[in-house]
Ligand binder design. Structure first.
Ligand code: NAD
Length: 510
């Protein structure tokens, strides 16, 4: 296995690696004739070429998963638990290899990439408790001589479609609970950074997961549509941008599938005048620029109430020159490049757009970006942003932090509640009563009180409101288990001549 990891993580300087599919426990070279480039964002060099699956290749993966489901669903809970402990150990042992792959293809700094793997591991650890999670209920003597109990059963073949920004963790949010529940899985990862999924596939095989239970198919819209339209895929989990999430939800449900589709975000951090300003400034810089702002839970708008604005802007300005931007493999780097040149250019275009719209650019990341061909942009701070501006409305998804100044707490909450997104939100204050009022009235799925990135721990579930989630169930945690299973209620009676008689009335329980 070490060799496999080495093969994945060698820096491939000058060499373009071919990244193929993983079907039925082995690598399968793509035959569609279509493929796409994968870059090292820190150098701008192409490091890989990933095969794009055709409709037929998606079907081959589904057939493998379907064959595997027949026996996988019969594997006992204790065997599944044992296997999940082995998976946990292997992912833990290869956390550095996975993290390095993330840095090489996504660009995030190594410490951040390790954090991503660690948060994904927590979901795998949660799934080690699958016997407890699948427990049903039992009612003895619901009616005379009749017992009623509930069980949860897997759905069959399920699919996951994932974004570029968490190439290891978001797939873990999906495949771990799906497989633990007894389903078999087809993963369509982002075509921008596909290698972490391939290393995951190798690790799962090494752990002893039967062939066909976990499959990876790469590609673009053709592959996604084939997943959404395949009659033998029972459910689809999606994480990505809002327009595609909406499309996936509508197309998947139209094709009879259960769908949870998590979309984009515009996360506000409200700072009240009584907040600990140093704590809030540290949080704003960490949550605004960590992973170069390419997190769906990144803080992108600071909403400052009253004099908090001047205090906070001053404190952030002191911190910005100290943020070290560079190649994520360099242990001194705190912020890496953006994922592609096109994305970097799109993000930087918002700096001019902001000043054209009347906002005040306090720090321009184009001036502080490292030289070279990497897709870098430095930290950008834009003050005096107002809600009708594009820099306020759009999910920029880069190291661009906006500041909106308001007079009261009520105005701040109104801004959050009127926003079409509702993923994460945070409030910074020392007033427990206001914080409690805030959690009661704010329209967002994940709320932080003096915590800027309130990603729920693995035994709760993750998900936003409004345009940040299409579907009924949040991802991972207890709702993840519910999503990947269907309930069945059994009403049973054993032969008892004293209670047996013909009765054409509707069954009564008394
Ligand atoms: P994206 O929507 O462009 O891509 C996500 C997936 O959809 C990829 O696998 C991609 O191949 C596929 N896809 C892209 N265009 C498609 C099309 N036209 N038809 C069908 N499939 C298509 O998202 P991204 O740029 O990879 O990721 C960033 C986005 O994901 C941001 O909006 C971010 O907020 C969001 N995100 C949300 C969460 C969350 O939990 N809510 C978590 C992470 C990322």
């Amino acid at each position: 296995m070490t060799e496999v990891a080495d093969q994945f993580t060698e820096e491939r300087s000058g060499e373009v690696a071919r990244i193929s599919h993983w079907i039925d426990g082995q690598r399968v070279e793509g035959s569609s004739g279509r493929s796409g480039p994968v870059y090292n964002p820190a150098t701008g060099e192409q490091s890989g070429e990933v095969d794009f699956a055709s409709v037929e290749e998606i079907d081959a993966a589904v057939q493998a998963a379907k064959r595997a489901f027949a026996s996988w669903r019969t594997v006992s809970l204790s065997r599944r638990t044992e296997l999940f402990f082995r998976i946990r150990e292997l992912v833990h042992d290869h956390a550095e290899d996975l993290a390095k792959l993330l840095t090489l293809e996504h660009g995030k700094v190594l410490s951040d990439a390790k954090g991503e793997v660690a948060r994904g591991l927590e979901v795998i650890e949660f799934c080690c408790g699958i016997p407890e999670l699948l427990k049903g209920g039992y009612s003895e003597q619901a009616s005379t001589g009749i017992d009623v109990y509930s069980i949860r059963q897997p759905l069959g073949v399920v699919g996951g479609i994932t974004p570029f920004n968490f190439p290891a963790m978001v797939p873990m949010w999906m495949w771990a609970p799906a497989i633990a529940c007894g389903n078999t899985f087809i993963l369509k990862p982002s075509e921008k950074d596909p290698s972490a999924s391939m290393l995951t596939a190798e690790l799962l095989k090494e752990a002893g997961l039967p062939d066909g239970v976990f499959n990876v198919v790469h590609g673009d819209k053709v592959a996604v549509d084939a997943v959404l339209e395949h009659p033998e895929i029972a459910a689809v989990s999606f994480v990505g941008s809002t327009p595609i999430a909406r499309y996936v939800y509508e197309t998947g449900t139209k094709n009879g599938k259960r769908v949870q589709a998590l979309g984009g975000a515009k996360n506000h951090m409200i700072v009240l005048p009584d907040a600990d300003i140093d704590m809030a400034a540290d949080a704003a810089v960490s949550a605004g620029y960590g992973s170069a702002g390419e997190r769906c839970m990144a803080v992108s708008m600071l909403v400052c109430v009253g004099h908090a604005a001047d205090d906070l802007v001053g404190a952030i300005q002191e911190r910005l020159p100290k943020v070290k931007v560079g190649n994520g493999l360099d242990p001194d780097s705190e912020m890496g490049p953006l994922v592609t040149r096109e994305h970097r250019d799109k993000v930087s275009s918002y700096i001019d757009r902001g000043s054209e719209e009347g906002a005040k650019v306090i720090a321009d990341g184009r001036e502080s970006a490292p030289d070279g061909d990497g897709f870098f942009l430095g930290v950008t701070l834009i003050d005096e942003v107002t809600p009708e501006m594009d820099v306020y409305k759009d999910e920029i998804f880069g190291p661009v932090l906006g500041i909106t100044r308001v007079g009261t707490y009520e105005e701040a909450v109104r801004l959050v509640n009127e926003n079409p997104y509702g993923n994460g939100v945070a409030i910074f204050t020392r007033d427990g009563g206001v914080a409690r009022q805030f959690q009661f009235e704010v329209n967002a799925g994940m709320v932080g009180v003096n915590v800027p990135i309130p990603v729920p721990v693995a035994y709760y579930s993750f998900g936003g409101w409004k345009n940040s989630l299409f579907g009924d169930l949040h991802i991972y945690g207890p709702e993840g288990i519910q999503f990947y299973t269907q309930g069945k209620v059994v009403t049973s009676r054993w032969p008892d001549p004293t209670t047996s008689k013909v009765d054409l009335g509707f069954p009564q329980t008394r």
